[in-house]
Design a protein around this ligand. Structure first.
Ligand SMILES: *Cc1c(COP(=O)(O)O)cnc(C)c1O
Length: 408
């Protein structure tokens, strides 16, 4: 970490991801309150956000991390909480963080290493459970199984764990009942940015109807992530009551695995306009790329909100793609990769963009840094952190050597 005093954001070279610790802590406080009211435990889903340079401010509020691979479970073990003996002399067992391991499919040669980091391991299928339960038992690691309730709250088929012919978890109750002796818990993840408490509650009721007698024989149930309870108008108390009632009814410890909810609104991608053009509409090209730096915009065909222009806070929602197609004053902001559709969004701006203008795109903390890539060899955004005390740390910069080292 090269922490230089009095770094000014305006002087920083773009592009960079800017993480705001105060905004993360605001989300953390909501999560901690939900846990306090409901008795649930919250684990950060590393697949959404794994920028460990801010874990210090998250640890006091969360119970640990969950993972989708060997690398993630190791990162959670090494960087989140008291596991790392190097930077922690006074390990207080009460504060010890949990490290959950899950993967769609483990390979036989990695399972022992996974188990060396894990406090619990969740297998995706009964065949994986059968293949590796002996190794878990030998190390006294509690074992879980992913269930697939065949219903979900996801508006995108590509992100729908309950899509037809899904491989994500077991759905057959008889088969699950037959392995109950091998597991102490289950994980169910079937929400995606679901901001409706009613929809969440109804789908939990579905799960109860389908698997109620299985749940009653377990010690813990993880309900996964994807619940958008950090929205300002979300009925947090109702959710807490629902989770508490669920936990009491079946006698289970409930876990939640918030990814996006942990860091929503806490990051932006700051870019500079490199060129402007005109082709029926105003065009601008910035020094970053959605394909390389905000890949989900491409996958889900969405646009980025603008958070600020030239440092001035200015929340500008993108123009809805189906609504206004013929407004020639609109500005389309493009990425600098050669992908024709590398588009941050189309906007109605207060004035035309100029070369050198700084545009910060919002919603750039989750599913961005974990997916960034070197397509087109485009400069990798630095990772910059605004600390709780307002100081700015350039946490990590990337250069040609990093690009070169990513290939060979
Ligand atoms: C993706 C995922 C999460 C996190 O989901 P968010 O929508 O980011 O909250 C949690 N658990 C599992 C199993 C996941 O696959």
């Amino acid at each position: 970490m090269n922490s230089t005093p009095a770094v000014s954001l305006a002087a920083l070279k773009t592009p960079y991801y800017l993480l705001d610790e105060a905004a993360i802590v605001a989300n953390m406080q909501i999560i901690a309150r939900l846990c306090e009211l409901s008795g649930a435990k919250a684990l950060l889903a590393l697949k959404c956000f794994a920028t460990w340079g801010v874990f210090d401010v998250m640890e006091p509020y969360l119970h640990g991390t969950t993972s989708s691979s060997l690398n993630e479970v190791r990162l959670g073990y090494e960087t989140f909480g008291n596991n790392n003996a190097d930077n922690n002399n006074s390990v207080n067992n009460q504060d010890k963080k949990e490290t959950h391991a899950y993967s769609v499919a483990y390979s036989a040669d990695e399972i022992d290493e996974v188990l060396s980091y894990a406090d619990k391991i969740i297998f995706n299928s009964i065949s994986q459970l059968n293949a590796f339960k002996g190794q878990a038992a030998a190390k006294n690691i509690p074992v879980g199984l992913r269930l697939n309730p065949k219903t979900s709250n996801s508006s995108f088929i590509i992100a729908d764990p309950a899509r037809p012919f899904s491989r994500l978890g077991e759905h057959d109750k008889d088969k699950i009942a037959a392995v109950l002796g091998d597991i102490t818990g289950v994980m169910i993840h079937n929400n995606c940015e679901n901001d409706s408490f009613e929809a969440f509650s109804a789908s939990l009721a579905d799960i109860e109807a389908r698997f109620g007698d299985v749940l009653a024989q377990l010690e813990w149930v993880s309900l996964g992530g994807g619940i958008h309870f950090i929205a300002p108008d979300y009925p947090l108390e109702k959710l807490a009551d629902r989770l508490k009632g669920f936990s009491e009814k079946y006698g289970v410890q409930v876990y939640l695995e918030p990814g996006e909810a942990s860091i929503h609104g806490a990051g932006s991608l700051v870019t500079t306009v490199l060129d402007t053009m005109h082709n029926e509409k105003n065009l601008a090209v910035v020094d970053a790329s959605i394909e390389a730096h905000m890949l989900d915009l491409l996958i889900y065909r969405e646009s980025a909100p603008i958070a600020s222009i030239n440092g001035e806070f200015m929340a500008i929602a993108p123009v809805n793609k189906d609504q206004v197609n013929d407004v020639i004053d609109n500005t389309i902001i493009y990425g600098r990769s050669c992908l024709a559709g590398d588009i941050f969004g189309e906007y109605v701006l207060p004035s035309n963009l100029q070369i050198g203008d700084r545009i910060a795109f919002g919603n750039a903390a989750g599913y961005t840094m974990v997916k960034k890539n070197w397509f087109n060899g485009v400069n990798m955004p630095a990772i910059v952190i605004r600390r709780l005390d307002g100081s700015i740390d350039i946490q990590r910069e990337f250069d040609y050597q990093d690009y070169k080292a990513s290939l060979s």
